[in-house]
Design a protein. Structure first.
Length: 562
């Protein structure tokens, strides 16, 4: 049964504490956490995870569980260390307001069961409750840090799965042996004679690790023939086997790794024909393969950070996502635009619009135009694709009448004798006489094509818009904007080194996303603690200088910190 946490109880432990220890406690991170994070956790959001039966046992307080899991990532603790800190560290109890309890209400099993509820709920409904909570907390932290949501920046990072990278032989063997084990447990009489060796000790080493390179293709064909035999055996048994995860993975692996020849026989695909979406490891079916600078098996995360223009290090991750690593930056950009517009997680200023600073992978001209319709300005720090020839004139040197969609004149201010625009192909066309081009100072760099009686220039609207974007990117104002993106490029390194996103002890997209969420929440909390502590130190420094009355400083410190 769902019950909200009652945090109004008193603690005799705190009452009996000396005043100087109370002062230390109130100056610690624990006080900021309980006043800024803990009390703002929306417990009602998670009521859907629990029964409505009033006769059932009340749940463990939700805000305690979520607060505890954020602190786990903040201090990089294991579950065992986290529970130990809750029981033996008063600061944890103070931060989570559990000092009033005679016995702390959380155990390791409580954490495991809560994660399981979150996982099963998202799996069945597609709703990520923790993501909603992290985004709500980010909005509150942004308000505390006085970050105006007028500029945001985005970056993505590869997140490795904890599963091992397998060769094709290892993959096929692993899928086969998993299916044989479940088959032998339930339908031992249906295990094919040719596959019973999988159950003998040492067969794995003999099959995989003692295979010479020149025998690898033959061994792969041999193992895939076993896979086909097992697949047919499973089909004969029926739904009790074909609905198991092991059979589904066997079927998927066969589709990924084989192709039928002219005789209808299954043969191994060539390595180049295997898709990046193929099964990489049966222990993590959601992980995909991608090579971006380095090879990666796992996932890709996207980070959207709101920041203060005057102090770009004053920032908060307002939203995030985690997908299979074949998910492109372009798709992430579309998702973020849609989320901003539909869910209003970031307010779009009515005057100048919302500036979103990105790299070239997130940007396209079409996407930029679509975003601008909603007041969102996509600002790429670079453009992907082939760079224009610096020796040639840019298409923006031709003056365009945007209402009539025609070329008005060229760089030499010559009006074309004929001009048009094809609305189907979006191509501009202009014809110039030989006399107009004869003494032109730009003739050597002009993109016109010389014909027998005249010179002709054609270019698409897309090329024109790209050159327009390149011109804009050279302005001082634009360069100042894109320089602010540097800070978000450091986030992947922080998440890898400090929060160990490449070593999450779970597998599967939903579980990985759950752990990833608490790491994002911890990062935001750490930002809050650091910024408020710096603010506190700075104000005490000003107080010592005596340039501001003591009373005003103390009032401001109390408001800002507490």
């Amino acid at each position: 049964m769902f019950c909200k946490n009652n945090v109004n109880g008193k603690s005799t432990l705190l009452d009996n504490m000396p005043e100087y220890l109370k002062a230390i406690l109130k100056k610690s991170w624990a006080n900021i956490f309980q006043e800024r994070i803990f009390i703002n956790i929306n417990e009602e959001r998670f009521s859907v995870l629990y029964s409505n039966d009033h006769a059932s046992r009340p749940n463990t307080p939700i805000n305690v569980l979520i607060g505890l899991l954020i602190l786990k990532e903040t201090f990089q603790l294991t579950d065992e260390e986290l529970i130990g800190s809750l029981h033996f560290d008063i600061r944890f109890q103070y931060a989570l307001r559990t000092m009033k309890y005679e016995k702390q209400p959380v155990s390791i099993n409580t954490l495991t069961n809560f994660r399981k509820r979150l996982y099963e709920y998202e799996k069945s409904t597609g709703i990520d409750l923790i993501k909603e909570e992290v985004e709500a907390q980010a909005q509150i932290i942004g308000e505390i840090l006085e970050i105006e949501n007028v500029k945001i920046r985005m970056d993505s990072l590869m997140v490795s799965s904890s599963c091992g990278k397998l060769s094709r032989i290892e993959l096929v063997y692993s899928v086969n042996v998993r299916f044989i084990k479940i088959l032998s447990e339930v339908y031992s009489e249906n295990v094919p004679e040719t596959c019973k060796e999988y159950l003998t000790k040492g067969y794995k080493n003999e099959t995989i690790y003692r295979t010479r390179d020149k025998d690898a293709q033959t061994k792969l064909e041999f193992l895939l023939s076993h896979s086909e035999t097992l697949y047919n055996a499973g089909l004969k048994i029926g739904e009790t086997i074909t609905h198991t995860q092991e059979f589904i993975l066997l079927e998927r692996m066969l589709k990924d790794q084989t192709v039928q020849n002219d005789k209808g026989e299954l043969c191994p695909k060539l390595g180049k024909d295997i898709l990046s979406t193929s099964l990489q490891n049966p222990t993590d079916p959601d992980a995909t393969y991608r090579k971006k600078y380095v090879e990666n098996v796992g996932y890709v995360g996207n980070l959207v950070e709101c920041f203060d223009w005057e102090n770009s290090s004053n920032s908060v991750i307002s939203t995030y996502d985690l997908q299979a690593n074949i998910y492109s930056d372009a798709k992430f950009a579309d998702d973020v635009i849609e989320k901003i517009v539909s869910e209003n997680i970031i307010n779009i200023p009515s005057a100048d619009g919302l500036d979103v600073i990105i790299d070239g992978g997130f940007f396209s001209q079409e996407r930029g135009e679509k975003a601008s319709e909603f007041g969102i300005n996509l600002i790429p720090s670079e453009l992907v694709g082939r760079k224009s020839d610096e020796k040639m004139l840019r298409y923006t040197e031709f003056v365009i009448d945007e209402e009539k969609h025609i070329i008005v004149n060229c760089a030499n201010l010559e009006t074309p004798v004929e001009t048009s625009y094809n609305e189907i192909t979006n191509v501009y066309f202009a014809r110039y006489s030989k006399e107009q081009c004869e003494n032109c100072p730009y003739s050597s760099s002009c993109p016109t094509k010389k014909q027998k009686k005249s010179n002709v220039v054609t270019f698409t609207e897309k090329k024109y818009m790209i050159d327009l974007q390149r011109d804009k990117m050279k302005t001082d104002e634009y360069i100042e904007l894109t320089n602010k993106r540097a800070a978000v490029e450091g986030l992947p390194s922080v998440l890898r080194r400090r929060y160990k996103v490449d070593r999450m002890p779970v597998r599967g997209l939903i579980r990985s996303k759950l752990w990833f969420a608490f790491k994002i929440a911890a990062y935001n909390v750490k930002k809050l603690l650091k910024c408020l502590e710096l603010s506190k130190v700075f104000l005490h420094f000003i107080l010592k200088l005596g340039s501001i009355p003591r009373e005003i400083c103390e009032i401001y410190i109390n408001i800002k910190i507490n």
